[in-house]
Design a protein around this ligand. Sequence first.
Ligand code: TRP
Length: 447
Amino acid sequence: MVKHEKFSNKLSAVFVAAGCSVGLGNIWRFPYVVGENGGGAFLFVYLIAIIMIGLPVMISEFVVGRSTGVGAVPAYRKLGGNKWKLLGYNSIVTSTLIMGFYYVVAGWTAEYFAISVTGELANYSTAAEYKDLFANFVTNPWKPILYTWIFIAANHVVIQRGVTKGLEKVSNILMPIFFVILIIMAINSLMMPNSLEGVKFFLQPDLSKITPTVILQAVGQAFFSLSIGLGALVIYGAYMPKSNNLRTTAMQVSFLDTIVAIIAGLIIFPATSSVGVDPTSGPALVFETLPMIFNQLPFSMLWASIFFLLLMIAAITSTMSLHEVGTVFLMEKFHIERSRATYFVSLSLGLLASIASLSMGVWNEYKLFGMNLFSLLDYFTANITLPLGGMLTSIFVGWKMQKSLFIRELSNNGLEPFNLYRSVYFMLKYVCPTIIFIIFLNGLGLF
Ligand code: TRP
């Protein structure tokens, strides 16, 4: 059995896990989903989803990881037998598929950072021009692939260095920089004229706007944003020393993830309201609408550069985690060393991401269920395998795993008693599986 390294201290554990959770999901996906789903009402449901569903599932993944000390596949096998190993495989498949499109978007952030620094982004002005720029870029046959590979190469170097020298070191440097940039950007947005409109749209819940779709989208976004349901947090649980308090770590990580999403909203909505555009442009919001807004500010390219730097940092700390999941799987399964496993993961993911990138342009005509590969990967993971993983994780911990082991892990062998465990257990046993099941059916398009 492969013996894994452990995080060297509690703060690093929080930074690495928060780096995994905080990603493009917070800055790119969250604002556009809020924009499309009624603003404050969505935020309200989202916060409830994080506390009621996200947090218990995150705690579960940490418990499964730390109690076994291994990655998702052997961890579920150890605790639940061969059948439950499939849940581990679901994680591996999901993270591989997520990487297929996530790396492509990560590549876009690198491209936009580059054209902000060179000033090329300032050469356009109207909404239509920014739309064209984005469309031309993502459909270009080689540019996005080039940037994707640069991103993969950077991840490759980090993952090869291992847990303490790679993941931990990079997260400890990047996460603080990330927070500083995030706050500077939010202050800048809040100082724009008419910013209050956007703040109101985002923070003032109009409860009449809560619809079943809003609830489903909010829970789905909570899963994606916290990185739960696909084994990444199982392996990070395995890296946590026995002295770490798993509840506290899970609370800190979800708190950071949520606060980043909220601050990202405070960057984007005041900016859109200040120029009077609707924040409903979907996935193109940060690539089309924001550059147009930046271009109207003094020092426009400076703002654009630091914003895309922010996105790049968000992306890299998450892709690192996804890369790590695949690498650990190969190390454990085939008993190979980290360095070889990393090569294998980098090359295969590079290939998958390149195909996904081409599916946006020259291969756009090849469709399955009416979607190109890129959209299919996004749709299939967000609506099917992620909820499935989350649902099975909560069922596993609520019904299959020994209750005494769960309590022992959560209370650090009784040293740090936990009074709320009954509520967490109740959520995992009944509430989480039921709600996620409904979402799952909806994802399958059944209603
Ligand atoms: N949470 C990440 C984000 O918000 C995306 C993500 C989902 C992820 N599952 C993951 C990242 C697993 C790393 C590992 O962008």
